[in-house]
Write a protein that binds this ligand. Structure first.
Ligand code: A3P
Ligand code: MG
Ligand code: MG
Length: 377
């Protein structure tokens, strides 16, 4: 077993290591039945906040009731293990189209990279991932059994808290998305459709995911993750400034403790968005009982300096990036040759452990389709 020490985090302080701005290399949609559509923009949605009213029309619907329509929520069962399937199937399509392999050190979901990036300051949550090396690239997935167990623990924690029921709080997040996004660009949407969003059935089957290529320190990677929406339109040129928007809901801070919780959440929001080059985070602030009170738009890039200046929970973005750079270099050197590895951080532990769990094969981390495709290239 190999151990990589996260603490003391001061060892990672200082000006940050070289990073490359993530650029979109491919994308996919899960359609309204959650069927995968590689290289398809179908499920991309367009940001248009709910409080914009039309000329001559008084919008007095604030505060919105985020609980409205809870009984008709069309909620997808996400308890299955999807491994890296959607990401790999899309890479197969993209590589077949371009006729060339995506040569990178690491391929994974954005969620896994978020766990790594935030590891210096997220001591409470542990994580477990599975990794395998194939044709010189390390593929990393979430360890599904661990995810299921931690979801159960989260449920128990939630029911002990005095906050809203967990299912309801989750609905509020999706309801805020439905209120703030359009299924088509603004110019193709009627006033009735825009104003009718309050009565639209909330549904989490469809998703748009962006697959980016990026570099942190000396490690190149491909990461796939959901993007909630786009501001105006998606530029044709992948080098053009991104117009992505990430939506979040959070309780409107009232007490000092609420501020602390929000500043800590901002670490996750920042990390998630930084990794896919999402420049804007829109927070829907709600009351304790789910009334949407106001909306704040934050620039992702400015979050770390704001936290340094006035954060009640201090975290340092450069420290996160430097840690990630060194940890990924360590992973690259550790996960080589045949087999499957586990990457594990126990809750509150100062170290991340990496150890082999299978001597050969790639488990279910890779699909047969991907292996066949690569072997035929
Ligand atoms: P909020 O986070 O705004 O409350 P994402 O923010 O990643 O786009 O996710 C959209 C919504 O899905 C979240 O909205 C939340 O309602 C729900 N969600 C995502 N991850 C969740 C988790 N681990 N547990 C519970 N709900 C989750
Ligand atoms: Mg999302
Ligand atoms: Mg979101």
């Amino acid at each position: 077993m190999q151990r990589f020490l996260v603490e003391p985090v001061e060892q990672f302080a200082g000006a940050n290591t070289r990073i490359k701005k993530p650029t979109e290399l491919a994308y996919f949609s899960y359609d309204s039945e959650h069927k995968l559509k590689p290289l398809d923009n179908e499920s991309l949605r367009y940001y248009y906040p709910p409080f914009f009213s039309f000329p001559g029309h008084q919008d007095n619907r604030f505060p919105f009731e985020l609980s409205k329509g809870y009984d008709t929520f069309r909620q997808r069962d996400d308890s299955g293990d999807e491994h890296l399937d959607g990401l790999l199937d899309t890479l197969v399509e993209a590589e077949t189209r371009n006729g060339k392999k995506t040569e990178v050190d690491i391929v994974t979901w954005r969620g896994m990279m978020t766990r790594i990036l935030t590891a210096p300051y997220e001591l409470e949550d542990g994580f477990e991932m599975n990794a395998t090396c194939f044709q010189g690239t390390v593929f990393i997935e979430e360890n599904h059994a661990y995810k299921t167990a931690s979801k159960e623990a989260q449920k128990a924690r939630f029911s002990r808290n005095r906050g809203p029921p967990q299912d309801m709080a989750m609905y509020w997040g999706y309801k805020f998305e439905t209120l703030s996004l359009l299924n088509k660009p603004w110019g193709e949407t009627s006033r009735e459709e825009i104003e009718g969003r309050e009565d639209e059935v909330v549904d989490n089957y469809a998703q748009y995911c962006s697959i980016c290529r990026t570099e942190i320190g000396g490690t190149s990677m491909v990461i796939g993750g959901e993007v909630d929406g786009v501001l105006g339109y998606k530029p044709d040129d992948p080098q053009a400034p991104a117009r992505w928007v990430e939506l979040k809901t959070s309780k409107q801070p009232e007490h000092e403790r609420d501020r602390w919780v929000l500043d800590k959440k901002l670490l996750k929001f920042w990390a998630q968005s930084f990794l896919l080059n999402v420049p804007k985070i829109v927070i829907g602030f709600r009351s304790r009982d789910g009334k949407l009170l106001n909306i704040e738009e934050l620039s992702t890039q400015q979050i770390p300096s704001r936290i340094q200046r006035e954060g009640t929970y201090k975290w340092n973005g450069n420290t996160c990036i430097n840690f990630t750079s060194q940890f990924l270099a360590f992973l690259k050197h550790t996960i080589v040759g045949e087999g499957i590895w586990r990457i594990r951080r126990e809750a509150k532990s100062a170290a991340i452990e990496v150890f082999k769990v299978e001597e050969s094969g790639t488990g279910k981390i890779l699909t047969q389709n991907f292996i066949d495709h690569r072997n035929s290239m």
